[in-house]
Design a protein around this ligand. Structure first.
Ligand code: TYD
Length: 210
């Protein structure tokens, strides 16, 4: 059986990946392609720990100041979640011939954790992350993204702060500076319909070439 394709959507918080991933699934369905939507942090046990940490529900003990978990701890949790996500969900689906559409993946660790701590170490702990067939980079101005976050989120996580998002946006741009055939840049500041057209245009080219 033909393997499914692994497609990843990346960008800073508020870039619009979550909106487009659902639309992409409907587009594929219309072409008779079965896909599953997934995300990182995943919905598995390690991903759940991460979400609790990002929302301040898991903290250091009072005796240690009660602050956020160490950045290294969070980086390792993301890397562990990724291996678990690959083994439990992504690879089995691809083997069944189903496409996997992931809202974030390893490049989120490079862009977020890589701006906060040693980027080479972050890449090293993620060395077993299988490379996607296609990655979409949702490139958007930080203030546009922040306005979207303000309009839609009830609860924000620890990364949704302007200074940090500016650095993360820069991290993504550096990571994708070299134009690679399997990374598609989208102007994610455009209206939803325009972003959708660019996204599906690239996916239909992937379909033609496979
Ligand atoms: P996000 O997709 O924004 O979750 P939600 O929409 O439920 O809030 O992901 C949570 C945050 O985790 C987001 O700010 C990006 C961050 N993140 C990392 O820092 N490193 C990673 O490896 C991943 C996958 C996400």
């Amino acid at each position: 059986m033909k393997q499914g394709k692994f497609v990843v959507l990346e960008g800073i918080d508020g870039a619009g990946t979550t909106t487009q991933v659902g639309r992409l699934q409907r587009y594929l369905e219309g072409r008779g392609i079965k896909s599953v939507i997934t995300r990182e942090p995943s919905d598995g046990p390690i991903g759940t720990i991460i979400r609790n940490a990002l929302r301040g529900r898991i903290r250091l003990p009072d005796a240690a100041g009660g602050g956020e978990l160490a950045k290294e701890t969070i980086a390792l949790l993301f890397a562990a979640d990724r291996v678990d996500h690959l083994r439990s969900e992504i690879l089995p689906a691809l083997e069944r011939g189903v496409w996997v559409l992931s809202d974030r993946y390893v490049d989120s660790s490079v862009a977020y954790q890589g701006t906060l701590i040693d980027i080479d170490w972050v890449m090293k702990i993620n060395r077993y992350a299988v490379r996607p067939d296609l990655t979409f980079f949702f490139d958007v101005d930080v203030d546009v993204a922040l306005a979207r976050i303000d309009a839609t989120r009830v609860q924000k996580d620890i990364f949704e702060k302007r200074e940090l998002l500016v650095r993360v946006a820069d991290g993504y741009r550096k990571l994708y500076a070299a134009q690679l055939p399997d990374v598609v840049h989208l102007d994610a500041g455009l209206p939803i319909e325009r972003v959708y057209e660019d996204l599906t245009g690239a996916v239909s080219r992937l379909l033609l070439n496979s």
